[in-house]
Structures are given as structure tokens and as C-alpha cells.
Design a protein around this ligand. Structure first.
Ligand code: ATP
Length: 454
């Protein structure tokens, strides 16, 4: 079994991620975070917010509605052209993305992003690219399907209006540019950040949570002057990478991938890719979008998006540097990065998730050595639970309990023994080194706080 399958199995058995609607045999590519997974994902989102809002004095958070006026999607171009080039296999009737077929067939050597639909059809025919499902090469022409999920609004059947589930969170930041600027008395350059759900009716090849139809995005739009925009673009490329390194990624598993083909309005674009067990894949994007977004909203809404510079009296529409990362795709990368199988002295093996302590689901596990120590153990639990996510386990041998905590990446295990009753001390075991030290209960909160400091 490859590591990816082992991670998927561990996610289910240890409460990270379950298949959606599991008791009804699931619903393709929907996933539910379990008790351990929701802590991990929340901690990742918190770490991102800390870096890009809390510690960034000129950045402001918003939480915009998922539903937006349909004109927003006309202005953004999503209604007209947010689509994937899809082909149906005439033999087994499955649907595939033409660009993905070419990428997989050429092992990444051919870049379908720079090809027209006709060129992609020609490549697939010439190379007899096979259907990944049935192996035949008998394709329909490419058709472009809009990726937005639509629904209708209204309490009666008549007069219902078509509305969309947002396919990206970015528009919530763009339409609030003036609201944020005025209410916060913000001066360009400044940023607007948001974490929220997005929905895309994509063909999903089944790589666990890598590409799903519902997902969460963490986005940061930086509004700046055109003359300074390229410097900020490079700054955000660096900030995006630094954030990943700061939550525990190793540099050799990350790389920049600059785009060859740019959207007509874009001045530069780059992804950061992560080396997943399934190969190098996009983890986040950094895009220099020029003044396209605000200009389009000015055109479609009829509201001026001009910013009046209070120092120079210049009036201009700011440029935007967008940094966008999927919270679920990042959580999956964190799981892959943390997964490890270690051989211990004596030949035993252990699975251990080496999460950075700041994002580990539980910071501490409380393990009484015997059941009759549970009263004291519960006391310690209550003290720590006021400050951190703590878990408690009194079932099975201490060795088995350590293994269970290693598998969910708990950085510290506190054991309560008979000495604890005598002198108010406990042992703390470190997940990675497995070393133990003895500490007074009074020092625990400080000790754990320092360990998880980020
Ligand atoms: P891809 O090329 O993988 O489809 P994209 O270039 O369309 O991604 P963006 O629209 O720039 O992606 O979205 C920004 C980020 O949102 C991506 O880098 C990714 O982390 C995340 N994301 C996009 N689509 C999905 C999806 N279907 N499932 C999970 N995460 C996604």
C-alpha cells in the first residue's frame, strides 16, 4: 500500500476525515472532517489568519455571503467563461478534462494551458490518448461546461431568480473594497482577507480531498499602486512560501511554478506546488491581477472604484495582488508532510504524525497510569483544557496509548502516576524524541504554551 492510501485509511480510522454521507455509501468527492480533523483544519486556518491578518497591520478580514448578486459573476467573467474543457469517452461514458488527459499522457512535458480546444483534440487523437477508466481511445469533441453550481431564489415557483454558489471567495473581497477602505479609514496599500467556502462542479479524479466540489479558500487581496505592484507580487510569493515553512513544511517538498500562459488582464502568476504522494501539484496561487477586478466592478455596478490618495491627491483604481490557498488542499498537504513510519529500537514500528505543535489537533493527552488515578487526571485535564485542546485516554497499556497519540500527532503526553498524588508532579513525553521529563503540575500551562508557540 502506498503512503497516500495509508494516509486515507488513517484519516478515517483516527477521526481526521470521513467519506461524506458514509452510511449511504457516500456521495462522490464529498468529505466530512471528524473530531480530530476539524481541530487540525481550524488550527491551520487560525495560523493563516494570524500571519495574514493579525500580524499584518494593513490587512483587514471580512466574511462575505456565499450568495452574491448575479451581476458579480458577469463582471468577474465567471458566467461567460468559467469552464473546463471536457470530453466524454464514447465507450464507457465517463467524462474527463482534456487538459488533464494531456498532462497525464505527456507526464507533464506538454502544457495544455497554452493550447486551444482544437489543438487539444488534435493532440489526443494523434497520440491515441486512452481513457483512464476503460483504456479505449474513442472521444467526443471537447465541450466547455460551466463550473458554477446554480440554484434558484424565491418562495413561489413564479419569478424565481437564478443565483450561484460562489466558485471563489475573491469577489467578496473585491465588492467590499470601498466598504472596507472607508469604514477602516484604510490607505492604499492595504489588504482584505477572507476564509470561506467555495463550490465548483468539477470533474474530480478521486485523489481524496485534493479536488472537491465544495472546499474552503483562504484568500488575501492586496490593493496597491500600479508602480509598486510588481514588488508586492514578489513579496507575496515569498510570504506565501514563508508561511508554509513556518507551519512545518520542508523546503524540498515545495517549489514555485511560474505560469507561461496568463489571463489577458494578468501581469504575472505563479503557483506554489507541493510534492504530494500523487506527484507535484498546485497548493496555492499568487496572481498579479492588474486593475482588472475593480475596473470590471466599476463598469458593471456603475459605482466608482477610484481611490483618492490623501497625500498626493491622485485618483486611481488600485492594482491587486491575489494570494489564494485552499484550506482543504493545505490540510491534505499537512497530513502528507507529517506522516511517518518509524522503526524503533527493538524492531517495533510506529506511525507518527509530526505536525508542528501549533497546528496539532490536540496539544496534550492526559494518560493516568491506572484507573484509580482518574480523579487527579481529570483535575489536570480541566486545568489544561481551559487553555488548549486536550484529550484523555485511560484504556489499554501505556505503550498502546502512546501509539494512538502518535497517530493523531499529539505533541505531548502527560502521565499521572502515584508520585503525582504525593508531590504534584507528572511526566511529559515528547512525541518526536519520545523523551520524558518530570514537571510540577503548576508549571504545565507555561511549559505547553512555550512548546506550541508559533
Ligand atoms: P486548479 O488548477 O487545481 O484547478 P485553480 O488554479 O483553479 O486550481 P484557483 O482558482 O486559483 O485554483 O484557486 C485557488 C486555490 O483554491 C487553489 O490553489 C487550491 O488550493 C484551491 N482549490 C481550487 N479548486 C479546488 C478544488 N476543487 N478543491 C479543493 N481546493 C481547490
Amino acid at each position: 500500500m502506498g503512503n497516500f492510501d495509508k494516509i486515507v485509511n488513517l484519516c478515517k480510522s483516527r477521526g481526521f476525515i470521513f467519506p461524506g454521507s458514509d452510511i449511504y455509501d457516500g456521495l462522490a468527492n464529498t468529505w466530512d472532517y471528524g473530531p480530530v480533523g476539524v481541530e487540525l483544519k481550524n488550527n491551520i486556518k487560525r495560523a493563516w489568519w494570524k500571519k495574514f491578518v493579525q500580524e499584518a497591520p494593513a490587512s483587514y478580514g471580512v466574511d462575505a455571503d456565499i450568495f452574491m448578486n448575479s451581476k458579480v459573476w458577469e463582471a468577474s467573467g465567471h458566467t461567460a467563461s468559467f469552464s473546463d474543457p471536457k470530453m466524454d469517452c464514447k465507450s464507457c461514458k465517463t467524462r474527463h478534462r482534456a487538459d488533464n488527459l494531456i498532462e497525464a499522457y505527456s507526464k507533464g512535458k506538454v502544457n495544455p494551458d497554452v493550447m486551444t480546444n482544437e489543438e487539444m483534440e488534435q493532440y489526443i487523437a494523434e497520440h491515441k490518448v486512452a481513457c483512464p477508466k476503460c483504456g479505449k481511445s474513442d472521444w467526443t469533441n471537447i465541450r466547455n461546461f460551466n463550473l458554477m453550481f446554480s440554484t434558484s431564489r424565491g418562495v413561489t415557483d413564479e419569478g424565481q431568480n437564478l443565483i450561484y454558489l460562489r466558485p471563489e471567495t475573491a469577489q467578496g473581497e473585491f465588492v467590499n473594497f470601498l466598504n472596507v477602505q472607508r469604514s477602516m479609514r484604510a490607505k492604499v496599500p492595504f489588504g482584505i482577507a477572507q476564509i470561506g467556502k467555495a463550490f465548483r462542479n468539477e470533474v474530480t479524479p478521486g485523489n481524496f480531498t485534493f479536488r472537491t466540489i465544495e472546499f474552503e479558500q483562504m484568500e488575501h487581496q492586496w490593493f496597491c499602486k500600479a508602480e509598486e505592484s510588481m514588488d508586492f507580487y514578489h513579496e507575496y510569493k515569498k510570504k506565501a512560501l514563508d508561511f508554509l515553512l513556518s507551519i512545518g513544511f520542508s523546503a524540498e517538498n515545495l517549489r514555485y511554478h511560474d505560469h507561461d500562459k496568463l489571463a489577458h488582464y494578468a501581469k504575472a502568476a505563479c503557483d506554489i506546488q507541493y510534492q504530494y504522494p500523487i506527484g507535484w501539484e498546485e497548493l496555492n496561487g499568487i496572481h498579479h491581477r492588474g486593475d482588472w477586478d475593480l475596473s470590471r466592478h466599476q463598469e458593471f455596478s456603475g459605482k466608482s472604484m477610484l481611490y483618492l490618495d490623501p497625500f498626493t491627491n491622485e485618483k486611481y483604481i488600485p492594482n491587486v495582488i491575489e494570494y489564494s490557498i485552499g484550506a482543504d488542499r493545505l490540510t491534505l498537504a499537512v497530513l502528507c508532510e507529517a506522516y511517518d513510519e518509524e522503526t524503533l529500537e527493538g524492531g517495533d514500528t510506529r506511525v507518527v504524525m509530526h505536525f508542528h505543535p501549533a497546528i496539532a489537533p490536540y496539544k496534550v493527552a492526559i494518560l493516568p497510569l491506572q484507573k484509580n488515578l482518574s480523579e487527579k487526571a481529570n483535575e489536570v485535564y480541566s486545568t489544561l483544557a481551559k487553555h488548549f485542546m486536550v484529550t484523555y485516554d485511560e484504556a489499554g497499556s501505556i505503550g498502546k496509548r502512546y501509539r494512538r497519540q502518535d497517530e493523531i500527532g499529539t505533541p505531548m503526553c502527560v502521565t499521572i502516576d502515584f508520585d503525582t498524588l504525593e508531590n504534584n508532579t507528572v511526566t511529559i513525553r515528547d512525541r518526536d524524541t519520545m523523551e520524558q521529563i518530570r514537571l510540577s503540575i503548576d508549571e504545565l500551562v507555561d511549559y505547553v504554551s512555550k512548546k506550541i508557540d508559533y
